[in-house]
Design a protein around this ligand. Structure first.
Ligand code: FAD
Length: 618
């Protein structure tokens, strides 16, 4: 009896000595530029650690830097730290994520009552609504053209989605002239035709002409405002390798910080944490913009001219569902964005609804889109960026896989299949990729590899053979866990994963193999050089790729002077729109020219600022 009793006592003592069990509660919410995951570690009802990880929520985008927020939440033991009160955080992900994580952990914290601040009325020549990429440039430009300017910005920083962008399109720029001399290899006529053709002539020709013609001056304007730029050493998309490099990149991670200096220098009054809700005519030819301030008070700005720079509607679920359709909206990987109120404010005053579309850009597994990148090292870079066999939900091929050379075009092709599709490679292919001798055979894996993209030390990038098979297999474990991939032993198993008819998939594979062996694709005419790998013996590696939707595009129609038009094509005096709010540059699909989004934003912002200032002065 003695021994068992001492054992029980011992066990009890050990239990007492054990530290309290730490539990973690993770919640992911969509924010500016992607998902944000907030993880609480809780011990004995007390929060002992807070971690916030996001794709591209930065100090400028999300309001406050994430580590600082995490620390504040930990210290306050509450999701309602100072930074979260008021309107500032309503459009970002951290507050909803923190509230949910506290609720899941069973920690009850009451939301503080925010005392309503004072209502305020003010006036100016030009009010810029939305101080993102285009709005910041519009405000500086309007002020430099002599206007008294107020900027309304719902977040705590400048630049909006422009902070995530790396570069802009331009032709005839000073940087291109430095690189190419007098003969750039292409000109404004070429790029106007390229962009306009891709709208199927449904686009706004004057606006496209303005964009192409003014883009070089925008580069100069950027440089003149202390934002360093360089001409990308090579195009970012393989499809543009034979063309003049038009992608002008900024080498500064905080480009809009420089513009902040110019805003200050020109006495632009920026109201951060302020959400514009309503636009109405003031009766004397001027406009009132009615906003909710951070303290919930109302701000009414009376202005001679309004520049609507609110960045379209990617965060407005209803408009996104209307644009993409419910099934695709639910299937695709949609990066959040703006709530569309800016456009609604214009529609409420008679602006015509222009073409609405989305910025489809690339295809990837959802696992890799998680804040930590899903831990995937190499697999999907290869299975989703090489010209291997792609099939849709019916198990049929649907495109010439060489479309992968163009991030935008292949994204559109997958979107047309319902927002996702699958790739299949067999064991022999993976073994070849992992084989030391493979790199000497003259074959290639990734388009980047094929085009000789090297890192700064002259080495091939990670996509070059041989790859580590261990990493590849480890990646497939992650993909299997998230439902984004499978290592199928048989075609039957692959068909079950895809959810398609086995015989259809078998026929697809057989036909595809015959094209590879013959070096001729009878179905979709893929180039012979890309018909590299048959799909013969299992295991088969199947990956599911979802459309990445970077944002929404379009909203209102404008003149080449950025004046907003009614349904009757009449100019709405004093109303201007910029950037992603504009319809007519892209129609149906985002333009495939690198940097068209940012170029449109910065160029139309710069010009709208000038035109609005001139209008106000009149
Ligand atoms: C991840 C990512 C990468 C990208 N990379 C590139 C690239 O390399 N090259 C390229 O050309 N394009 C790129 N783009 C697209 C580019 O960033 C956009 O086209 C551009 O930022 C649009 O500018 P904008 O001024 O219209 O909108 P934004 O820059 O998004 O600005 C909108 C602003 O309005 C504010 N706002 C919205 N509604 C209200 C309201 N009601 N009241 C007050 N404020 C409001 C927002 O807070 C925001 O600051 C990328 C986009 C993403 C998401």
């Amino acid at each position: 009896m003695k021994k068992p009793l001492s054992l029980v006592l011992c066990a009890l003592l050990m239990l007492c000595a054990l530290p309290a069990l730490a539990e973690t509660y993770s919640v992911t919410e969509s924010g500016f530029g992607g998902d944000v995951t907030l993880t609480l570690t809780v011990e004995d009802g007390e929060v002992t650690n807070v971690e916030i990880v996001g794709l591209s929520e930065t100090a400028d985008l999300g309001g406050k830097a994430m580590p600082a927020l995490a620390e504040a939440i930990l210290e306050a033991q509450s999701p309602y730290v100072d930074a979260y009160t008021g309107a500032t955080m309503t459009s970002t992900a951290e507050l909803p994520a923190a509230e949910k994580a506290f609720a899941e952990a069973g920690i009850a914290v009451e939301a503080p009552e925010v005392e309503k601040g004072e209502d305020e009325t003010t006036s100016c020549d030009v009010v810029v609504v939305g101080m993102g990429a285009s709005g910041t440039f519009a405000a500086v430009s309007a002020a430099e053209n002599g206007a008294k300017v107020i900027g309304i910005e719902m977040s705590q920083g400048l630049g909006g989605m422009g902070n995530a962008a790396q570069g802009m399109f331009a032709i005839d720029s000073v940087l291109q002239k430095e690189k190419y001399g007098d003969d750039l290899g292409s000109d404004q006529e070429y790029w106007f035709n390229h962009i306009y053709d891709r709208t199927q002539f449904l686009g706004n020709a004057q606006l496209i002409r303005t964009l192409v013609g003014e883009s070089a001056d925008t580069v100069q304007y950027v440089l003149d405002h202390d934002i360093a730029m360089f001409l990308s050493p090579q195009p970012q998309q393989i499809a543009h390798f034979d063309e003049t490099i038009v992608y002008h990149r900024w080498n500064d991670t905080q480009p809009f910080v420089h513009m902040a200096e110019y805003l200050e220098k020109n006495a632009v009054d920026i109201r951060y944490g302020t959400h514009a809700d309503k636009l109405e005519p003031a009766g004397d030819g001027t406009w009132n913009v009615i906003c909710t301030k951070e303290d919930n008070g109302t701000l009414t700005v009376n202005a001679k001219a309004v520049i609507m720079s609110t960045g379209s509607f990617a965060g407005n679920e209803e408009m996104m569902r209307e644009t993409l359709g419910d099934d695709v909206y639910e299937a695709a990987f949609v990066i959040g964005g703006m709530d569309g109120t800016g456009l609604q404010m214009l529609y409420d005053n008679g602006a015509a609804k222009g073409e609405l579309l989305t910025m489809n850009h690339g295809v990837g597994p959802k696992a890799a889109s998680t804040p930590d990148g899903g831990g995937i090292k190499v697999a999907t870079q290869l299975t989703m960026n090489t010209p291997c066999l792609w099939v849709n939900r019916q198990g049929k091929r649907f495109m010439n896989e060489d479309l992968l050379k163009d991030t935008v075009e292949f994204s559109s092709a997958v979107l047309a299949q319902g927002g996702y599709a699958y790739t299949i490679v067999d064991e022999a292919t993976v073994n070849r990729w992992a084989d030391d001798s493979y790199e000497n055979t003259g074959s290639w894996i990734h388009y980047w590899d094929h085009n000789g993209i090297l890192d700064e030390d002259g080495n091939h990038t990670i996509y070059h053979a041989p790859i580590s098979k261990e990493d590849f297999l480890a990646d497939f474990e992650i993909l299997a866990e998230t439902g984004d991939g499978i290592v199928a032993q048989t075609i039957e198993e692959a068909a079950a994963f895809i959810g398609c008819d086995v015989e259809t998939l078998k026929t697809t594979v057989e036909n595809y193999n015959s094209y590879v062996k013959a070096g001729k694709d009878e179905e979709f005419f893929k180039s012979a050089e890309s018909l590299l790998w048959t799909v013969e013996e299992g295991p088969f590696y199947v990956t599911k790729g979802y459309n990445a939707v970077l944002g929404a595009l379009g909203g209102v129609n404008v003149t080449e002077k950025l004046e907003v038009l009614t349904g009757a094509d009449e100019i709405m005096p004093g109303l201007y729109a910029t950037g992603n709010n504009l319809s007519g540059i892209s129609v149906a699909a985002y333009q495939n020219v690198e940097g068209v989004g940012l170029s449109t934003a910065l160029t139309t912002g710069r010009l709208a600022g000038q035109f609005a200032a001139e209008y106000a002065a009149e």
